[in-house]
Design a protein around this ligand. Structure first.
Ligand SMILES: Nc1ncnc2c1ncn2[C@@H]1O[C@H](COP(=O)(O)OP(=O)(O)O)[C@@H](O)[C@H]1O
Ligand SMILES: [Mg+2]
Length: 361
């Protein structure tokens, strides 16, 4: 049983020499993670993800606010009773320790070293990876991926209630990352522990999370399932951060109650905005459709990038004097300079206040 609650948590880093301006890393952070839930903290580099994880682990103290495990203040729980398994981005394996010793660290401290082989076997069975053959090796004889598998086995080989992962696969190649995500998903399901997982990668977030918490500049921007965030963003930030290829967004002004993007044309707004208000419209690449010359708007291809695995071509085109991204089938015309015709599905467009970035609904 393990719920995690963060209540009004703030954290600022001060420069010891007092020469640099303080960095406000976490601001008024409130979050409750349910028992057995897999929550992903997703945000750009520097937004405070690692700081949050270190606060939750008790490696860092908040300036104000509190953190609770099952309703008990973190400070009142002894470190050895916190039941945390952690995996970091950089494989922090001790160079002169064989993997067996690393994985057995927690159990050895409690004179339960004889349980280690069974733990290793369980992890190997669930993931389908032969980690037993890695146990006799030193870190210098392990690849990046193997090191991270040893780190994960170590995180699981203990009395476990909470897993904290900080971009564990960020330094690994794409093929291994995809495989490692599947292995991790199996482990989480089998062990049924609470997981807080930090990443800047939306694909990783999507594959691991029950719930994604989008963070920017130390604050929660929006939380929910991937589809909800992607299809119904509250802000321009979330609309631009989630979705591949990135959403098209264009600045315009309100005139006569409509969004007016000059060359772009006009679009009706979901809600009244006064004349002159600055509004950004967002239209996802998948909501632009290729069509016949007589019914579509002409667009000139500037660049075509095929995505064979995802079975589409990303086209960058000039349309109404603006550069757009759209998704075309793999076989569609893709020579730079070719003219294609498009239909824009304005019914799927999002509108945002240009100064705050807040969605206009
Ligand atoms: N020990 C520290 N001292 C000073 N500033 C820090 C320290 N740790 C993090 N920061 C700053 O706090 C902000 C958040 O950092 P971090 O939590 O590492 O972000 P992320 O993990 O999302 O990339 C950044 O601006 C970073 O430079
Ligand atoms: Mg980080």
């Amino acid at each position: 049983m393990r719920t995690i609650t963060l209540k009004d948590v703030n954290k600022t880093f001060y420069d010891k020499s007092r020469k640099l301006t303080p960095v406000l890393a976490i601001k008024d952070f409130n979050l409750r993670v349910e028992d057995g839930e897999a929550v992903v903290l997703l945000g750009p580099s520097g937004c405070g993800k690692t700081t949050l994880l270190r606060l939750i682990a008790g490696l860092e103290q908040p300036d104000s606010g509190s953190i609770f495990y099952n309703g008990i203040p973190l400070d009142d729980i002894r470190i050895e009773d916190r039941g945390i398994g952690m995996v970091f981005q950089n494989y922090v394996l001790i160079p002169h320790w064989e993997s067996r010793r690393t994985v057995g660290f927690f159990l050895r401290l409690r004179d339960r070293e004889d349980e280690v082989p069974a733990h290793v076997k369980t992890v190997a069975n669930i993931t389908g990876v032969d980690i037993e053959s890695l146990m006799g090796r030193f870190p210098r004889h392990l690849s990046g991926g193997e090191k991270q598998r040893v780190s994960i086995a170590r995180a699981f080989a203990r009395d476990l209630e909470l897993l904290l992962f900080d971009e564990p696969f960020a330094n690994l190649d794409a093929k291994f990352r995809a495989q490692a995500r599947v292995e991790l998903k199996r482990l989480i399901q089998e062990f049924n522990v609470t997981l807080i997982y930090v990443t800047h990668d939306q694909v990783e977030a999507m594959s691991v999370a029950d719930r994604i918490v989008v963070i920017n500049a130390g604050r929660i921007i929006q939380a929910g399932a991937y589809e909800a965030l992607h299809d119904d963003p509250d802000s321009l930030f979330v609309a631009e951060f989630l979705g591949t290829p990135t959403i098209n967004s264009f600045w315009g002004r309100v005139s006569d109650g409509e969004w007016d993007g000059s060359y772009m044309g006009r679009a009706s707004l979901p809600r009244f905005r006064p004349n002159g208000a600055e509004v950004i419209v967002g239209l996802r690449p998948e909501h632009i459709h290729l069509c016949d010359a007589d019914s579509g708007i002409p667009a000139v291809i500037e660049r075509a990038i095929p995505y064979y695995a995802e079975k589409f071509t990303l086209l960058e085109v000039w349309l109404r004097k603006r550069r757009w991204r759209l998704q075309a089938p793999l076989g569609a015309p893709q020579e730079p300079g070719d003219t294609i015709h498009c239909r824009l599905d304005w019914s799927r467009a999002f509108f945002f206040d240009a100064s705050s970035g807040a969605r206009i609904r």
